[in-house]
Design a protein around this ligand. Structure first.
Ligand code: MRU
Length: 345
């Protein structure tokens, strides 16, 4: 991803490995400042994933892969390290893909590097396929952050927008703010701004307003886990955007690499949904919003049924939910994916 640092556009990754340390852009600090978090052992990695220093399914997977390679170099108890890292965020399937990949490759650093390079190359492919769905003048709505920060580079939902913009297409992005953690307002808006992509942040409950006024041409979101029938989990609030898009006859696309597809689960009811602490809902910028005695509920993801999905944008091409069997056969022939046994937490 390109980032403007002191007037100069620099290329940054969300996660990388340097001098036996896993380095992460601390996403809790954006957009105010670009700060690098250094993880030196598996405890730091588990903390960084759980506390959302790094977030977004593919980036969580890459962090876990580098983290396990580092743990092996540190001569840590690998069973413990796998357990700790595997318990951080239950919904993102990439986490378990990455752990299994590293287990199958003896926690080798070269394998972790390969995993990261593959994920970022695949997200570029997603961008190239997705770009074909974007016309000049398209107005696109997205939810949460499925950009380079969530992947390592390029992004999933944002990759097609990056490529469309780079090709000179004139696009406009509606960015859902994405309560409670505001990944849209803080991270997606920041990424789009760095590359000069025209956008506006909207309150989460404003999407229907613009859809009904025919100001949204298509929706592109990412995913945390996609099941065999095409149901998928993504950031809380995605489901209602999908229903609204359907009601307003707006195409609704889900962009994700093969590593997010969990073909071992037949439908969305089987996806474990992470519930996070109530303070994320109750406290904004250190200030309590509601009455002191009130509690909150905080599901981090929801499940959108396949009937609301126009198509999945993947590195293998674009597939309607009913065609996912065809995608699975391509995945089965893919050496990188083959290394990854299909199992889950
Ligand atoms: O809780 P988060 O910020 O990790 O949730 C992220 C999302 O829901 C993204 O849309 C998803 O991981 C896809 S990222 C390419």
């Amino acid at each position: 991803m390109k980032v403007n640092i002191d007037g100069e556009l620099k290329h940054l990754f969300a996660v990388w490995y340097e001098n036996d340390v896993v380095k992460l852009i601390d996403q809790r600090k954006l957009p105010e400042k670009i700060e690098v978090f250094e993880a030196k052992n598996s405890d730091d990695i588990a903390y960084a994933i759980k506390d959302m220093v790094v977030r977004g399914a593919p980036a969580i997977g890459v962090t876990a892969a580098f983290g396990l390679a580092m743990a092996k170099k540190n001569k840590e108890d690998m069973e413990e390290a796998v357990k700790k890292i595997g318990m951080t965020r239950p919904t993102a399937f990439d986490l378990f893909k990455a752990i299994n990949y590293m287990k199958a490759n003896n926690f080798d650093l070269g394998a972790a590097r390969r995993y990261s390079t593959e994920i970022s190359g695949r997200s570029k492919k997603i961008g190239e396929f997705g770009n074909e769905l974007i016309g000049n003048g398209s107005r696109i709505l997205t939810h949460c952050n499925a950009g380079a920060l969530a992947v390592v580079d390029w992004g999933t939902a944002l990759a097609p927008m990056r490529i469309a913009h780079n090709q000179g297409k004139n696009i406009f992005v509606f960015v859902d703010e994405t309560r409670p953690r505001l990944q849209g307002a803080k991270l997606t808006a920041w990424e789009l701004g760095q590359e000069g992509i025209d956008h506006a942040i909207i309150a989460d409950n404003a999407a229907g307003f613009y859809m009904r006024r025919k100001e949204v041409d298509l929706v592109i979101v990412g995913a945390d886990r996609i099941t065999a029938n095409g149901d998928f989990a993504n950031k809380i609030g995605t489901y209602e955007k999908a229903v609204l898009a359907h009601e307003n006859k707006i195409p609704f696309y889900v962009a994700a690499p093969g590593s997010t597809f969990d073909f071992s689960i037949s439908n969305g009811d089987g996806i474990p949904i992470e519930e996070r602490g109530e303070e994320e809902v109750l406290i904004v910028n250190g200030k309590s919003l509601g009455p002191a005695a009130s509690h909150a509920r905080n599901p981090a993801f929801d499940v959108t049924p396949n009937k609301y999905v126009t198509a999945f944008i993947t590195e293998y091409g674009i597939f309607r939910p009913e065609d996912l069997g065809r995608m699975k056969s391509l995945m089965d022939k893919d050496l990188f994916m083959k290394d990854v046994p299909a199992s889950t937490a």
